[in-house]
Write a protein that binds this ligand. Structure first.
Ligand code: XMP
Length: 338
């Protein structure tokens, strides 16, 4: 028996023994981890037992809700609960500029909405809560062996009062908790999750909020969402010298909307004509290679790719007038900017 077959067989036994005929609820973020966790539940349990809840925080990538819904339906999900809470998140983030404060607000609001919406579902008290937690989440949140790991950033996806209460009742299942990202991807492929889903780059729980240093607004989210989509589309269609797409060569790529406006010009140019001075946003691009996100190296783009991607972004999004590339590895920088 190969490793994956063995892993799934063991999970089948343990999940069935733990959950029995009770409903199980999984919060889906759209990322690889929670999607693979959902696919596992749907593979092991009858689909009418599995409830998947997804919060559209307004801090998601372009078309994320549509994409996630399509992925889950394809996996055979029957109960998909989409919670539209963009206004609540943007209102709570209004005026907030401190990175940890923003993370805390988002984490707390996730919990509040989660409790409210779970209650609204009216599942019987005996329901189980499944989580797509993977090993590095536990370590980076300081919840690893012996609680010795320091808290680097407050990841909100490991604990909450609801999770703690469910855990105390012995009703939490975390089928991926021993795996690193590459293990999750292998497992996903083994149980038939779409290649395109498996290859998706990681996306943080607090979403675009940690990629908009300073205050998060609906307008800034919209600009960043467009820029990020253009960037990722370019990476998908460009090939590296190995013949793979740049997207697949890179472990994680995304854009950051800096809280800086710089001077630019519109019109004019060498051909002359009316020149207008305008102040536009600066966008930073990040692309890293990594094994597990714990350390990361900067992806060494060919200069031509960077120049063309920058030109594509500034021509597609008039609010962005300047693009820079982040050339810092982890450590000392973290992957996200906040
Ligand atoms: P950092 O920025 O800490 O990121 O170097 C390491 C990896 O974790 C992702 N990340 C998060 N994932 N909730 C998540 O689920 C979070 O709060 C969070 N913060 C960072 C990040 O995108 C990278 O892949």
């Amino acid at each position: 028996m190969d490793t994956m077959e063995h892993y799934v067989a063991e999970l089948r036994t343990s999940l069935n023994a733990a959950i029995g005929k009770n409903p199980v609820l999984l919060l889906i973020s759209g990322g690889v981890d929670s999607t693979v966790a959902g696919a596992l539940l749907l593979k092991i349990l009858p689909s009418d037992q599995v409830h998947l809840m997804y919060m559209d925080t307004g801090l998601m990538r372009k078309d994320e809700t549509k994409t996630v819904t399509a992925i889950l339906e394809k996996l055979g999900a029957q109960h998909i609960h989409i919670i539209n809470c963009e206004d609540e998140f943007l209102t709570a983030l209004k005026g907030q500029t401190d990175p940890e404060a923003k993370r805390k607000i988002i984490g707390d609001l996730f919990i509040t909405i989660q409790e409210r919406e779970v209650a609204r579902l009216g599942l019987p008290e005996s329901y189980f809560l499944a989580q797509g937690t993977i090993y590095p989440d536990i370590i980076e949140s300081g919840k690893g062996d012996g609680k010795k790991a320091p808290v680097i950033k407050s990841h909100h996806n490991v604990g909450s009062p609801l999770v703690d209460a469910k855990r105390a009742a012995g009703r939490v299942v975390e089928p991926l908790a021993t795996l690193y990202k590459d293990g999750v991807r292998k497992l996903g492929a083994y149980i038939g999750v779409d290649e395109a889903v498996i290859r998706r780059h990681p996306f943080p729980g607090p979403g675009l909020a940690v990629r908009i240093p300073g205050e998060v607004t609906k307008e800034k989210c919209a600009i960043l969402r467009e820029a990020d989509a253009v960037y990722l589309e370019e990476l998908r269609r460009r090939q590296s010298s190995s013949g793979r797409s740049l997207y697949d060569e890179i472990w994680q790529a995304f854009a950051i909307l800096l809280p800086i406006r710089s001077v630019g010009i519109s019109g004019g140019g060498r051909a002359g004509g009316h020149v207008e001075r305008k102040y536009t946003w600066v966008l930073a691009l990040r692309a890293i290679t990594s094994a597990d996100g714990m350390t990361a190296d900067v992806y060494p783009f060919e200069t031509r790719d960077l120049l063309e991607i920058s030109a594509r972004i500034t021509s597609a999004i008039p609010e962005i007038g300047r693009v820079v590339y982040d050339i810092s590895s982890k450590p000392p920088a973290t992957i996200e900017w906040e």
